[in-house]
Design a protein around this ligand. Structure first.
Ligand code: A3P
Length: 341
């Protein structure tokens, strides 16, 4: 697989097969690019994003390390940005009929499906687009001074992100096994049991989709300190504690703050209720719908802080905390002290 970056700083074509390979984190083969691990199938999309994506000043990117609250942030940002056309209490609101990942698509996934097309060109402004790319791999035209585009990043305690990622990978591996049994399209990583210890070692080494987490988080944290008007840094645990306040913050940052009339009518609360995990779990499309690699219901598990303590030993927790702390050292950001559920 060869993909040309076309960038001044990365003028060499990217030859995926020459990049470091990791085959143990199911269901995708991972390749290391720019210091981070990605599903191999996404590499052409990651390259195409840098050369083909045409940003608009009103664009908002929702960025995250996988399993850090992306689905929730997509729902909240979509509902907030489009509340004039789709009031959150409306029975026909898109989020009552569609999965949040169908309302806000991933940039690199869309380009990976067709590197020559721009599925986002047809979207009306302001566009809300998601990505799992770390800040240094965002399109330069998007992050350039004066581009006007904004980024909202959500981070999550590494231990909960790990447990969520491990359980999600197991679900995908199970779907792979079912697909293999049905003689569907063969999966890159053959179905296999994916034990917690193996997953933990890989996650600690950063050999997981989007990994390593520490540098991913610090890249956005540092950007948010440097350009606070361009990059909003949110924490999943704080969103759980005070979702309404975080939605207000999100609306203000996206340039669509709630008016006094909206505040009086409780619109921010309506957005939060529409996007609560319980409400989304009950949407038919999320209960029964499916995507290529996983059922939609897999995106909505517990949705709490501290579930790691039901799966990890204190020693594992201390080790992972230490690794992420080391990666964040000097950035000025640290995760809050560990909580258990
Ligand atoms: P758990 O597996 O710990 O329950 P992502 O969306 O980045 O894939 O992250 C998935 C995590 O977000 C899962 O965590 C999932 O349950 C949780 N989640 C999904 N929707 C949510 C919502 N509306 N509110 C809070 N958490 C949510």
């Amino acid at each position: 697989m060869v993909a040309s970056t076309g960038d001044g700083d990365m003028a060499e074509p990217l030859v995926a097969s020459s990049l470091p390979l990791e085959t143990r984190f199911p269901p995708f083969h991972l390749r290391q690019h720019g210091g981070f691990w990605f599903p191999e199938t996404l590499l052409p999309g990651i390259v195409a994003v840098r050369t083909r994506f045409a940003p608009r000043p009103s664009d908002v990117f929702l960025a995250s390390f996988p399993k850090s609250g992306t689905t929730w942030l997509k729902a909240l940002a979509f509902a907030t940005a489009h509340r004039a056309d789709h009031p959150p209490h409306a029975p026909d609101h898109p989020l009552r009929h569609r999965n949040p990942h169908d309302c806000v698509e991933f940039l690199e996934v869309s380009y990976a499906l067709d590197p020559t097309a721009d599925a986002f060109a047809a979207l009306p402004s302001p566009r809300v687009i998601a990505t799992h790319l770390p800040y240094p791999l965002l399109p330069e035209r998007f992050t350039a001074e004066g581009a006007g585009c904004k980024v909202v990043y959500v981070c999550r305690d590494p231990k909960d992100a790990f447990v969520s990622a491990w359980l999600f990978a197991r679900k995908m591996a199970a779907a792979a096994a079912a697909g293999a049994a049905n003689d569907d399209e063969p999966w890159p990583v053959p179905p296999k049991p994916f034990g917690m210890e193996e997953a933990f070692e890989l996650f600690c080494d950063g050999q997981c989709p989007g990994g390593p987490q520490g540098p991913h988080v610090s890249s956005y944290w540092e950007a948010s300190r440097r350009w606070p008007e361009k990059v909003l840094f949110l924490q999943y645990e704080e969103m759980l504690q005070d979702p309404v306040d975080n939605v207000r913050k999100l609306a203000e940052f996206m340039g669509c703050a709630f008016s006094m009339e909206e505040e009086a009518a409780g619109v921010a609360r309506d957005v939060v209720d529409l996007c609560s995990i319980d409400a989304l779990k009950n949407v038919e499309a999320n209960k029964r719908g499916s995507r290529k690699y996983v059922k939609n219901e897999a995106f909505f598990r517990k949705g709490v802080a501290g579930d790691w303590s039901n799966h990890m030993t204190p020693a594992m927790a201390a080790r992972l905390d230490g690794i992420v702390e080391d990666a964040l050292q000097g950035s000025g950001f640290a995760f809050a002290a560990a909580e258990s559920a």
